[in-house]
Design a protein around this ligand. Sequence first.
Ligand code: HEC
Length: 180
Amino acid sequence: MPACLNPRHRLLTPLALLLPALAFSAPADEIARGGYLVRAMGCADCHTPMTMGPQGPAPDFARGLSGHPQGMALPPAPAAQGPWGWGGALSKTAFWGPWGTSYASNLTPDATGLGTWTEAQFIGSMRSGKHRGSGRPVAPPMPWPAFSQLNDADLKAMFAYLMAQPAVRNEVPAYQPPAK
Ligand code: HEC
């Protein structure tokens, strides 16, 4: 193949090859710290579905952090009774209470998860408790008031870790406000 003589192309080709890698790459030690924080704060407790394994219920790591399974349709939530006012599904990814019904989101880098989020939207959501930092209120039991205490460096590391995980395609059902 004859070498391309257009000097712009010669400059652009190596740049174009480099850019996708730069867009999502974070230093390995930042990703490792993010993983430490995500594990210690129990994000998987609600964002990784449980399945029944040979030893009883266990987290389904093949769908790690991908939120409430899209194929798992649930009947309407039970009615609250006396002091029993909220609860959850056995998958540990769906919850009902006075706020309505909430489904743990997909935190993997797929387009159905955080794939289209910016780091600023992630930090904004964790700080303000608003969807993507500016939308509807994020429903319980997502413990964002606790996570809002984290500093920028920690939240950035957590986002970097989440973006470095395998992308799992899973369209989580939409939040449902309480029945009137
Ligand atoms: C006790 C359960 C629980 C834990 C623990 C939890 N989450 Fe959530 N999370 C939820 C639920 C439920 C939702 C969906 C809320 C909604 O739809 O309003 C959610 C939503 C989110 C969202 C989407 C917010 C938005 O702006 O729409 C992000 C991002 C998130 N969680 C990240 C995390 C991270 C990171 C951790 C760990 C540091 C974590 N969650 C721990 C239950 C939890």
